[in-house]
Design a protein around this ligand. Structure first.
Ligand code: GTP
Ligand code: MG
Length: 207
């Protein structure tokens, strides 16, 4: 498994910024405001406050690039460190965000997803407790039609009973209209459930 050695916030892009031309692979995290994108990044990297989170939706308002240095365990002859970026995106679908801000972020997210040369996959986060929203479906379809590879992560898995897990995952798959080969996993930033599985997926995209 991939081991995270070091991580730092390297670049922050606002609506008027140019996105950096990175030379390492990028994985981006998209989803509704408050679904747990920034928390997932912290959980994955075992850092409590690297990405800023909030109980109030609308916390992340910029495109944030976290550069990660990691070690790969196998094969042994390739044990050199590798670098990749986790890209935290602003959330969508938050009603209280002003129209003016929403009008800016939508295109910013879209521009990033359309233009990044290093983007290997888009991780779409949805809340495991609920049906995906119309916005989630739109985002999923958009990722696919933009030719990007989606991975769907159902967050806040600690908030449901284990016995409900499979049912909720099946429902998400159905409601998003996911193809069979698209990866879907349950995740909890509280218990770190799903962390190893997600790190293995990340490893697949960066090697
Ligand atoms: N119980 C539980 N709470 C979570 C989990 N993930 C996130 N949260 C909580 O959900 C709230 C929102 O988390 P964030 O990580 O800030 O959400 P975000 O998707 O980055 O939100 P925006 O930046 O507004 O788009 C916070 O109060 C987190 O503590 C989880 O797996 N389990
Ligand atoms: Mg956030």
């Amino acid at each position: 498994m991939l081991t995270v050695k070091n991580a730092e916030l390297e670049t922050v892009c606002g609506v008027t910024s140019k996105f950096p031309l990175n030379d390492s692979p990028e994985l981006a995290f998209a989803g509704r405001s408050n679904v747990g994108k920034s928390s997932l990044i912290n959980a994955l990297l075992c850092r409590k406050k690297l990405a800023r989170t909030s109980a109030e939706p609308g916390k992340t308002r910029t495109v944030n690039y976290f550069k990660v240095r990691c070690g790969k365990t196998a094969p042994p002859d390739l044990e050199a460190d590798a670098f990749f970026y986790l890209v935290d995106l602003p959330g969508y679908g938050y009603a209280k965000t002003s129209m003016a801000e929403r009008a800016k972020w939508g295109p910013m997210i879209e521009k990033y997803l359309n233009t990044s040369a290093q983007l290997k996959c888009v991780v779409l986060l949805v809340d495991i407790r609920h049906d995906p929203t119309a916005d989630d479906r739109q985002m999923y379809d958009w990722i696919v039609s933009a030719g990007r590879t989606p991975v769907v992560v159902a967050t806040k898995a600690d908030k449901i009973k284990r016995s409900q897990l499979d049912k909720q995952l099946k429902n998400i798959k159905l409601k998003l209209g996911m193809e069979k080969d698209v990866k879907l996993l349950a995740f909890s930033s509280e218990t770190k459930q799903g962390r190893e599985e997600l790190l293995n997926i990340v490893e697949g995209f960066i090697s």
